[in-house]
Design a protein around this ligand. Sequence first.
Ligand code: GLN
Length: 486
Amino acid sequence: MSIQFKSITQLRAMLDEKLISPLELTQESHQLAKKFKDLNCFVTMNEDFSNKKAGAIDLKKENNSLLLGIPLAQKDLFCTEGLRTTCSSKILSNFFPPYTATAVRKLEDAGSITIGKTNMDEFAMGSSNETSFFGNVHNPWRKGYVPGGSSGGSAAAVAAGIVPAATGTDTGGSIRQPAAHCGITGLKPTYGRISRWGMIAFASSLDQAGPLARTAEDCAILLNTMSGHDLKDTTSLNIEVPDFLSKLNEPIKGLKIGIIKEFDLSDLDEEVQARFEESKKVYEKLGAKFVDVSLPNISASVPTYYSIAPAECSSNLSRFDGVRFGHRAQDTDDLNDLYIKSRSEGFGDEVKRRILIGTYALSAGYYDAYYKKAQQVRRLIKNDFDHVFESVDILMTPTSPSTAFKFGSKGTQNPVELYLEDLFTISSNLAGLPAISIPHGQVNSLPVGLQLIGNFLREDQLLNVAHIFQQNTEFHLAKPNMENFK
Ligand code: GLN
C-alpha cells in the first residue's frame, strides 16, 4: 500500500495495524522525495539520521503519541541541531546550528521523524519561492508554476504526498498562501501560541510558526504538539493549551461568519469569486449565517506591513556579518570591508531591498513618519478586528487574489505586484490573530484557497469550522497528477 498522499491519521492507522513499520514508512517517504526531486522542495535531506531514529522505534513500548513514527518536513528556517539550516540564503549555506528550535524539538520529542529541510523564499521574504538561493520550487499541480511562498517547499512536499505534514512560518501569509496554491490546509496560529525560539527571525512581531497538512484534523494534531509556553521566548503565551483535536466536530448551527466589506471581490477572477460564493452556500446549508462587516482601516494593511516588516528585518539581519554566521567574503581590506563584502555576496536582491527599506524607515529623520505611523495604523487595524469580533465568530475571505502563476510572471519589474499577493492574509499577522487556508475547488485545474480568520486564541473554533467544511466536501481530497515530475 503506497504511503503517498496519506494523512497523518491514515498513516497512524497503517502503523498501528502493522501494515507498515516506522522504518519502512520513513524509507518510503525518502524514496518519494528522490522520485520527485525535480520539484526542488528540499534543501537538505536527513536520511541516515531519520532511518536510525525510525528503526529504533518500538511501537509496543513507547508512548501513544499520534506522531510516533510519522515522517515530517521542516521549513529550513527552523534551527535543527547538527542538520544544515540555510533559510535558503547563500549567507547561511554552510550553517549547522548547535540547537533545535522549540517547535521542531516538540514534534521530534513526540516521536515524529524529520526527513529533511524544505526550500523557501530567502529569509521568508517572498510569495512565490523564487527568491531562494537554491532555486525555484515547482508547484506539484503544474510544472513551471510557483508553489507560493515563503513556505513553498513545505507546501509542495505535502501536496506531492511525500510527507503528510510539514512546518511553516507565516509573517504575512507564508503558510496560508502556499497552502492555497498547492491545494492543502495551512494554519497560522495566534501570535505567541507557538514558541519562536530557534526560528530564524524575519519580522519578530509578526512571525509565527504553524502546520501545513492535508486536513484541518492533521493541523490540530500538529498544533497540539507545537503549542505551549517557552521560557526562551518572551513573547510566547503562558496559557494552557487546549486539546484542539477534541474540539472538532462541534455543530456550527448559528455560527456567524463575517464578510469584510472593504475587500472588493468583484476585482477578482470570476471563477475565484464563484468558488467563494459556493463555499458560502456550503456553510449556509450547515446552519451558519453571513453578516457584512466593516474594518475601515484594513485597506492600509499592505503598506503598514511593508513598513514594519522591513524595519524589523533590517534589525534582525544585522547579525549576519560574516564574522559569526555563515558565508564570509575572502580578500577583504579591513573589518568594514569584510562586513560589506560578506553581506553583498551573501544576501539576494529581495533581502537587500528589504534591509534598505527598513533601514530608511528606522532612520532618525523618518522614524516618526514611517515606522511609528505604521505602528499606529497597526493598532487601528487591531481595534477594527476587536470591534467586529463582538458581533461575529469568524471572518471569511479568499486566501489569495489569484491561483498559482508561472515562474517569472509576477513582480520581476515591480515587486509591489508580488506584495499584493498577501492582500487578504497580512491583516491577521498585524493583529496577531489565527487564520487558516483550506482548499475549496479549482480554477483552470489549479487549487484555490478559502481563508477563515478567527478571534484571538480561537484556533479551536477555526479548526472546527475548517474540519466541518472538509467533512462535508471533497476538495481537500484532490491530488495533483505527478507524472511530469518523475
Ligand atoms: N509575502 C510576504 C513577504 O514577502 C509574507 C512572507 C511571510 O509570511 N514570511 O513579506
